[in-house]
Design a binder for this molecule. Structure first.
Ligand SMILES: Cc1cc2nc3c(=O)[nH]c(=O)nc-3n(C[C@H](O)[C@H](O)[C@H](O)COP(=O)(O)O)c2cc1C
Length: 370
């Protein structure tokens, strides 16, 4: 019996297996609105065999985007653009669809990665970014404006409004983006947060705004649908955010009803020294899970079925998220099921692809049940 293919329940959401498609920015939206590229991308990966697909970082206000091509959910237009895409995914796939809600803070106003990723100057169509403190991410960049009380309230309200729109769109779960050096991580990390008010200084103060946003999103999203948080477990910089502080945050999140913690790392400082390797962030997820018991998602260079199976079977994490591996093999979940003796739901149009040696691969009765 494969551990990767055992079900798990997050609040009212039943997932048939432990595989998640990790959120991946597509840098292809127009004024925040999803388009035909998102239709292709989301509908393809909704059929991956993963029990949950997480929509890319979806920004809660225009200046919260990383790039001008980033997805948003801040008005009726951006909401309406997602509607037919989600309707199609729901019609043809039984994957749960989560959405990552995000604000880039001082990492906003950037070129797309394939255009170099540098900051876009104001004179070339960039925008003034905001952050906990007026400290640029990289030397030579235009400094962000430090958020005042009104700015914090505006952003908290924008998260709430996006969560309400997500609920209306039928999104099954929300992941609050608190990782990778974006706004909420900027509040957590002493590298980016040098405030002297109640939102900076002590660990309790640095956690205050991310926890306020979590509470506000949790309250705005239907009570039976789960809300999780993605964190960076470490900044990979001496004196930065670290695993011990991540565990303190996870305890707080658990107390406030978080349904999972998705454990990534890095992103707040260009000085980071990351030790890469297969499953390199799994030990962080395991440490958080062991200390808090909060359902935990491991991510980062998880590419092999047996590797994913071992992570779940050994109790290091409850779920595994894959990003690049899913782009490379958009039926990763099917192939993992074939290898591990699991079952996936496949649309009837594709049933004839089942290899003769894998008679039990497609769990036909479960298809279309949602
Ligand atoms: C194209 C691309 C876009 C990404 N966009 C996001 C994003 O929107 N939000 C996020 O939290 N992580 C994002 N990531 C990071 C992935 O979700 C994942 O954490 C990382 O790639 C490590 O997993 P992997 O080794 O399976 O790719 C992105 C990664 C890629 C490759």
């Amino acid at each position: 019996m494969s551990a990767l293919f055992t079900p798990i329940k997050l609040r009212g959401l039943e997932l048939a297996n432990r595989i998640v498609v990790s959120p991946m920015c597509q840098y292809s939206a127009e004024n925040g609105a999803a388009n035909d590229w998102h239709f292709t991308h989301i509908n393809t990966l909704a059929l991956s065999g993963a029990a949950m697909f997480c929509i890319e970082a979806t920004h809660v206000e225009p200046i919260g985007r990383i790039t001008p091509g980033c997805l948003g959910l801040w008005d009726d237009m951006t909401e309406a653009a997602l509607q037919p895409i989600l309707a199609s995914a729901r019609k043809h796939a039984n994957t749960a669809i989560a959405m990552q809600l995000a604000h880039a803070g001082r990492k906003g106003s950037s070129h797309k990665p394939w255009d170099g990723g540098q900051q876009i100057p104001l004179a070339e169509g960039g925008w003034q970014t905001v952050a906990p403190s007026a400290l640029p991410h990289k030397e030579g960049e235009l400094a962000p404006e430090a958020l005042d009380g009104a700015g914090l309230a505006r952003i908290r309200d924008a998260f709430v409004s996006a969560a309400q729109r997500a609920a209306r769109l039928g999104i099954d779960a929300i992941e609050v983006h608190g990782a990778h050096g974006y706004l909420l991580h900027q509040f957590l990390s002493p590298i980016a947060n040098q405030r002297s008010d109640s939102y900076g200084g002590s660990l309790e103060n640095r956690m205050r705004f991310p926890l306020e946003v979590f509470d506000a999103v949790r309250a705005a999203f239907p009570a039976d649908r789960p809300v999780g948080v993605r964190v960076s477990a470490t900044d990979w910089v001496e004196g930065g955010w670290d695993v011990e502080q991540t565990i303190a945050l996870a305890h707080e999140l658990k107390r406030r009803g978080a349904d999972w913690i998705d454990v990534s790392s890095g992103g707040v400082s260009p000085l980071q020294k990351i030790t890469l390797g297969p499953g390199y962030q799994v030990p962080f997820a395991a440490a958080v899970k062991q200390a808090t018991g909060l359902p935990t998602m491991a991510v980062g260079l998880i590419t092999q079925a047996q590797q994913a199976e071992e992570i779940v079977a050994s109790g290091k994490a409850d779920l595994v998220a894959l990003a690049r591996g899913m782009l490379y093999d958009p039926r990763w979940g099917w192939h993992a099921a074939a290898e591990l003796g699991g079952q996936v739901a496949a649309p009837p149009q594709y049933w004839r692809s089942q290899p003769s040696t894998q008679k039990e691969l497609f769990g036909r009765t479960t298809f279309g049940a949602r």
